[in-house]
Design a protein around this ligand. Structure first.
Ligand code: ATP
Length: 202
């Protein structure tokens, strides 16, 4: 089984940017958000179950899941949130395991924005946290998504704290610097992870 490095970080910390750099260097990247969207794609059994449970309001006119509507429903009602999690988490978990099992290299990256929130660090061999201070998170998110400070802060507050992410980190990339510093960290980890993978293999 391949050695799994979970990559996480708060909103706007640079997860996608860093994961892309690893991918360009040939590292397989498994994206938890992508899997979460796949399992509720049009035609999926999970989407049918969601519609049976919540009604047609859960669908956009073209037949895909109205994620925004669903988010509002579960935000307002913890029981509905539990119902949805009970449906989706096992499916996401199963698909993730399949994708990990299909990896043919010694190690891979598993990008999981809500790693800490969902206690998923226990499922990885190693945790890499992309870290920037909160002010940097807010300003980069505002610039990227063209949203207000208030909107960016609201998302930040809804996520796990910087401290709780750092508490589960094995490795940290400080992403406040520019591309040159990022490159140095990535090079260091590209040397480290194959070694750790071979130790695990024995
Ligand atoms: P989200 O959780 O919202 O998906 P993310 O953690 O994947 O965000 P990115 O989208 O990779 O974050 O980065 C957020 C923004 O910051 C992007 O516009 C990106 O181009 C920029 N960015 C990433 N790293 C750096 C850096 N080292 N210096 C300056 N800007 C950066």
């Amino acid at each position: 089984m391949t050695y799994v490095v979970a990559l996480t970080g708060g909103i706007g910390s640079g997860k996608t940017t860093v994961a892309n750099r690893f991918s360009e260097r040939g590292v397989p990247v498994i994206d938890a958000d992508k899997i979460a969207r796949e399992v509720v794609a049009p035609g999926s059994a999970a989407l049918q179950q969601i519609v049976a449970h919540f009604g047609d309001q859960a669908l956009l006119p073209e037949g895909s899941l109205d994620r925004r509507w669903l988010r509002q429903q579960i935000f307002a009602d913890p029981q509905q949130k539990t119902w949805l999690n009970n449906l989706l988490h096992p499916l996401i978990q199963q698909r993730t395991q399949e994708m990990i099992a299909a990896v043919t290299t010694d190690w891979c990256l598993w990008v999981v924005p809500l790693l800490v929130e969902n206690n998923l660090h226990l499922k990885a061999d190693r945790v890499l946290v992309i870290d920037v201070d909160e002010e940097t998170q807010i300003s980069r998110t505002m610039a990227r998504d063209r949203i207000t400070r208030q909107q960016a802060e609201a998302i930040l507050i809804s996520q796990a704290s910087r401290q709780s992410r750092l508490a589960v980190a094995d490795d940290i990339i400080d992403n406040t610097g520019g591309p040159a510093e990022q490159e140095q960290d990535i090079n260091r980890l590209l040397r480290l992870y194959p070694r750790l993978a071979s130790v695990k293999k024995g």
